[in-house]
Design a protein around this ligand. Structure first.
Ligand SMILES: *Cc1c(COP(=O)(O)O)cnc(C)c1O
Length: 361
């Protein structure tokens, strides 16, 4: 008999990644995984290439060069920064460090699904606080806190909603939570909202508060797997123990450090993405879809019904365009569209335009 996995693992479904299948022979346009349509900074590519002659050696377990780059750009002390193989590794390590049987992780109704996965992997319970108009609702989160709530996780801006709450609301949430509750603010799309509010990194100084970022979105380095976060020092020390000691490859660290030091390139990506996003959102709004305001590199398209969303998904797929169905997020009437290049967004808009006006494209 095959050895059974621990019961809580055996009971879990595999993490649902995007279905990337299209009609045979079609050029595939993936708007399904919130990847950047713009390549990373040429300096990042160059820096990674330079490392290819050092491959016999293990990476720097302290991520010295990367932490220095992040620290200088964001004004954070290096010993408060941890780097992960994607911020997903950091989320998993936080759950493993602080959650266990009998504990509850609290997140929001339409919040990032990997939060739930990470809590379930730690054999903890997950509670969902309702959102209001597809926005995180601080009062609803505070109302949902129970004595066993050990961790509160929110993505801001949110995935898949794209909406955001301001820093003042995050501070209000922190003020309202028990001091001993760990608050995790996942800013995977933070670069798309920087400048609207002062940064939240300083909230780690209040204790029991962690702020996460990633190189996968605005920096265009999803394939390299690098995330980072700002942690209170005692939390950083314990979470560090759960990370693979050589989690970031030599090439990935070099690329990320160079990308971090090329802020102007990243800001161009953010500006270009926002321009294409706002224009696509306007087109979709004009077609009669409801589109919540997005502060990310994607938009959520809300159709008249789950059936219409599924039919639109199929129509797009027949033309080689993949968006992401949202049934897993309790939003079966929605598709999430990552912002691609101008040509791909024009094509997507035209297919949806014809579909919604009842003509087959
Ligand atoms: C994309 C995303 C991540 C990041 O993933 P990486 O592991 O850093 O690639 C984390 N949180 C949210 C909400 C995301 O959308």
């Amino acid at each position: 008999m095959t050895i059974p996995a621990n019961a809580h693992i055996a009971a879990m479904a595999p993490y649902a990644l995007a279905d990337l299948s299209v009609a045979p022979g079609r050029r595939l346009v993936s708007l399904a995984q919130n990847e950047s349509f713009r390549p990373p900074s040429p300096r990042a590519i160059e820096a990674a290439q330079q490392t290819l002659s050092h491959l016999p050696l293990y990476p720097d377990p302290d991520w010295t060069a990367l932490r220095e780059a992040i620290g200088e750009v964001h004004g954070i002390e290096a010993d408060m920064i941890l780097c992960g193989a994607g911020s997903m590794e950091l989320i998993g390590a936080l759950a493993a460090a602080y959650l266990g049987p009998g504990d509850t992780a609290l997140t929001t109704q339409h919040g990032y699904l990997f939060f739930r996965t990470a809590a379930m992997l730690a054999n903890a319970r997950v509670d969902l606080a309702p959102e209001r108009d597809l926005m995180v609702d601080v009062d609803a989160i505070l109302d949902a806190v129970q004595p066993k709530t050990k961790m509160v996780l929110i993505a801001n801006p949110g995935n898949p909603t794209g909406t955001r709450i301001g820093r003042a609301d995050l501070v209000r949430l922190r003020d309202g939570l028990p001091e001993s509750t760990l608050m995790v603010i996942d800013e995977a799309y933070g670069e798309f909202a920087d400048g609207l509010d002062p940064s939240c990194f300083d909230m780690a100084n209040r204790g029991n508060t962690v702020v996460l970022r990633t190189f996968s979105k605005a920096y265009g380095l999803a394939g390299m797997r690098v995330g980072w976060g700002v942690f209170p020092r005692p939390i950083a020390q314990d979470v560090r123990k759960l990370l693979n000691p050589n989690n970031i490859s030599v090439a990935a660290e070099a690329a990320a450090a160079a990308a971090m030091r090329d802020q102007s390139y990243m800001k161009e990506t953010v500006a270009e993405t926002a321009r294409l996003r706002d224009s696509f959102a306007k087109d979709m709004h004009n077609l009669g879809l409801s589109v919540p305001p997005s502060y990310t590199n994607f938009v959520l398209l809300r159709f008249a019904s789950a059936e219409q969303a599924a039919a639109a998904d199929q129509e797009l797929r027949d033309h080689g365009i993949l968006m992401r169905g949202m049934a897993g997020y309790g939003l079966a009437d929605c598709l999430r569209a990552t912002i691609g290049n101008a040509e791909d967004m024009t094509l997507a808009a035209s297919i949806l335009g014809k579909f919604l006006s009842g003509r087959t494209p």
